[in-house]
Design a protein around this ligand. Structure first.
Ligand code: G3H
Length: 542
């Protein structure tokens, strides 16, 4: 590491040093957007896309240019919305009235086409956001698995709903029905996975969708446009690109969106939702910010704690909403913990995303590096100490992780969600210190407790499950497995996502019922026997 860091700039490769399999090119000039079943040509203007990965030339290092995508206007945004509204057709469209089995077949077809694009999507993902090749592959495969699990969960749900309930002389069939038009917006850190964990459940439940990829992470979706176009009826999936304020504003102000699926900051989520003229008609499924703490008790196995804290705070450079973002360590073990943490960080491979075993990679843009530098500067001015060698060293989009010890509440990093490789360590004497922190925090996603004393750990579990939505014992915070509920309190989330919860989030229960008289029973029987309705049906999907 020592030899590498002084010349951080030299970590960037020259074009010829990039292994052939990972080279990006030619540039992707995306000139189309998907609307109403057509890949419509956009004459410009375009947004230039540059990579967080710089390429070294004789004149210095510059970001690799990846291509460009359309900067659409209010007009095209509304066109996309109208296409989704028309395809939904007040619930009478082909898609919302299609049988669950047929919708599943369309999603299966899409998945098959998506898998054919794996290598292109993975490579673009890696170059667009600087995620390691291994993690980019993982993101793709996890997404495909998520879709397959969603299909299975829907079959299960459908089987449970394929029966009549008879209560108090009333016969009813209860199923989940779509909400209408869904606006889906994903984050840059998981531009494929987190977008699809709302997009796919929304679609498969019969909603129609307008989908805006995050500002960083657009081009990777391009190879999938044709798959969307082929697999789904016209207008069921539509895309918009461009400045959020310009394209999202008119869509939300129209009042035609029934559900907002948004992963990002609470400030942006609140701004977007307030644009809707009838707030009670808008369902929000939001994954927002977090500042998950690790509490390292005196009884902790420090080896386990350090291993999990490294994974929890530095996987994808700490750019996960679930990342561990502050460490409360008992004063009797804080010195040893910080030393072991520094040693563990020094062993991590810092480099380009394609390098074998790489763990730390470039951040998405230079402004992120400047922001983190600002946090470190603020903390050190107020008495924090950079505990690891080279901590906070930067060059371009490269930021070497900074472990900050002696962190106190006056420092910005104590409260702000850094979303990057800065690891603040707070020493505590009484457990009330981290507990108070969690109670007073604006966030309430998860916590990790490290300790081996059952009394001590149990004493923390009961108050903490009422403050956050997942308490991890001797393990980092994380979203997966995707069958587990993923949500948060306060400014961390609204609604719950998991494979099965997402199906519920994007649907509402609707009932067909009648008094159990002989003519009504006959009516139901005829409809079911002759397959006259998709909703009122007792067929099982196997
Ligand atoms: O950014 C938030 C992601 O949902 C985190 O997912 O914990 O599986 O990395 P993960």
């Amino acid at each position: 590491m020592d030899s590498m860091l002084p010349g951080l700039q030299t970590m960037y490769p020259t074009e010829s040093e990039i292994p052939e399999a990972y080279r990006f090119g030619p540039e992707v000039a995306q000139t189309e957007y998907l609307v109403n079943g057509q890949l419509r040509y956009w004459p410009g203007p375009y947004q230039r896309v540059v990579s967080p990965i710089f390429v070294r030339t004789a004149d210095g290092s510059t970001p690799k240019v990846l291509g460009s995508y359309p900067l659409l206007t209010e007009r095209e945004a509304l066109e996309s919305l109208v296409a989704a509204v028309t395809a939904y057709d007040d619930g009478r469209g082909t898609w919302p009235t299609m049988s669950v089995e047929e919708r599943i077949q369309r999603v299966e077809q899409f998945t098959q086409l998506m898998v054919e694009q794996r290598s292109t999507v993975v490579k673009t993902l890696m170059w667009e956001i600087g995620k390691s090749a291994a993690d980019s592959e993982k993101e793709f495969d996890r997404t495909v698995q998520y879709i397959r699990d969603t299909i299975d969960a829907l079959k299960e749900l459908d089987r449970a709903s394929s029966r009549f309930t008879i209560e108090e002389g009333i016969i009813g069939q209860i199923r989940r029905a779509p909400l209408g038009v869904v606006l889906c917006m994903g984050p840059y850190n998981y531009p494929l996975n987190e977008t699809f964990t709302t997009l796919i459940p929304a679609l498969i439940m019969g909603n129609t969708v307008v989908f805006k990829p995050p500002r960083l992470g657009v081009l990777l979706h391009r190879p999938l446009l044709e798959a969307f176009r082929t697999a789904f009826p016209a207008g069921v999936v539509n895309t918009v690109y461009g400045e959020g304020a310009r394209v999202i504003g008119p869509i939300m102000s129209s009042g035609e969106v029934h559900a907002l699926a948004f992963i990002g900051s609470s400030a942006v989520a609140n701004h977007i939702r307030r644009l809707h003229p009838k707030l009670n008609r808008l369902r929000c499924v939001l994954g927002l910010e977090a500042k998950n703490p690790a509490i390292v008790l005196r009884s902790a196995n420090l080896e386990t704690a350090v291993r999990e804290c490294v994974l929890g705070s530095l996987s994808y450079n700490g750019q996960r909403c679930t990342a561990l973002k502050i460490f409360f360590v008992h004063s009797q073990v804080v010195e040893q913990f910080t030393r072991m943490l520094s040693e563990a960080v020094a062993r991590l491979h810092f480099g380009m995303p394609w390098e074998k075993g790489v763990f730390l990679t470039p951040l998405p843009d230079v402004s992120r590096v400047q922001y983190l530098q600002g946090l470190v500067e603020d903390a050190t001015l107020l008495g924090a100490v950079i505990a690891n060698e080279h901590g906070g060293t930067t060059a371009g989009t490269l930021f070497y992780p900074a472990i900050l010890s002696n962190v106190t509440p006056e420092m910005r990093v104590h409260k702000e969600e850094q979303f990057g490789p800065v690891l603040p360590v707070v020493s505590y004497d009484v457990i009330e210190t981290p507990l108070r922190y969690i109670v007073e925090s604006d966030f309430g996603q998860q916590v990790s407790i490290f300790g081996e004393n059952a009394d001590e750990v149990a004493h923390l579990i009961d108050p903490l499950v009422n403050q956050v939505c997942r308490v991890n014992l001797n393990a980092q915070c994380q979203r997966g497995p995707d069958t587990f509920p993923f949500t948060g309190r306060k400014d961390s989330a609204e609604s719950t996502l998991s494979v099965s919860d997402a199906l519920r989030a994007f649907s509402i229960r609707s009932v067909v019922s009648t008094k159990a008289t002989p003519p009504n029973k006959e009516l139901l029987k005829t409809i079911v026997r002759e397959h006259k309705s998709s909703f009122l049906a007792t067929d099982y999907i196997l």
